[in-house]
Design a binder for this molecule. Sequence first.
Ligand code: C2E
Ligand code: MG
Ligand code: MG
Ligand code: MG
Length: 275
Amino acid sequence: HAKGAGRNTWQFFTERMNESAARHFELESSLRVALAANQFELFYQPVIEAGTRRVHALEALLRWRRPGLGLVGPDEFIPILEESGMIIAVGEWVLRSACEQAVAWQRQGLPAVPVAVNLSGRQFAQRGLAGTVRRIVEETGIDPALLELEITETTLMQSGGHTLEVLEQINAMGVRLSIDDFGTGYSSLAYLKRFPVHKIKVDRAFVRELEASAEDRAIVAAVMALANSLQLSVVAEGVETEAQLQLLREHGCELAQGFLFARPLEAHQVPELLR
Ligand code: C2E
Ligand code: MG
Ligand code: MG
Ligand code: MG
């Protein structure tokens, strides 16, 4: 019996493995055609100035409109784009599309609002990143001051020796840099000071339980103190309630992004938001 049970367990295990391998393979092959088939889309979520409720920036968030299956979020496919290297081409498409969109909104007479684009570690590891950014800025005609690039704290910490050089080249173009998901990546203060960064985005893990957790409030207070001394602006991510916003403001954090204000919107919904 023991042997039989063992074999069944093994069989179950391999079937599950095959299932997930098959699913992965299917996702990867569908993703290979997604860019050429125009299945990617950018949604935009505002960062809000708490005092005025004005839009401070718009973050571009990638979506995949998968035929027959609806909208797929980035957490489900970015890892596959990264490990297959497809993120380089898709990331370039994201950057170009966000810049083109920002220019188009401005030409429509809408208020000029910076657009923020997420970069993955893989894009960052490329030596040509600064050149790609420069080319896209020139070709789209976006004012570089209206472009922000977001890099997660983890990416920044893991990236190689040329990182500082790439960031400085990007910074020299007048494009701004933000550290995303801040607080999850164990950065040292010395590190932060070394990079030409303008903004930190406090991960929503610290916002979620702000009301209940004295520890999370202490972390927010420490981040605010750090940011003030380094002259960085701070955005709180994942703000869902007025109570969270209130606590953030009490700690001096005036920029917030989250479902309290708006979910990520389709591009056509943005003009109404900006007016
Ligand atoms: P992120 O850059 O930290 O973006 C914020 C994420 O939090 C978005 O998820 C957004 O929809 C979600 N969010 C915003 N407000 C709230 C809230 O109040 N509550 C909750 N629960 N969630 C909120 P999304 O769009 O699924 O994106 C997930 C991550 O995927 C992003 O995290 C970013 O790291 C990555 N990503 C998105 N677009 C791109 C892209 O174009 N390129 C790369 N490399 N990564 C991207
Ligand atoms: Mg981001
Ligand atoms: Mg984030
Ligand atoms: Mg994130």
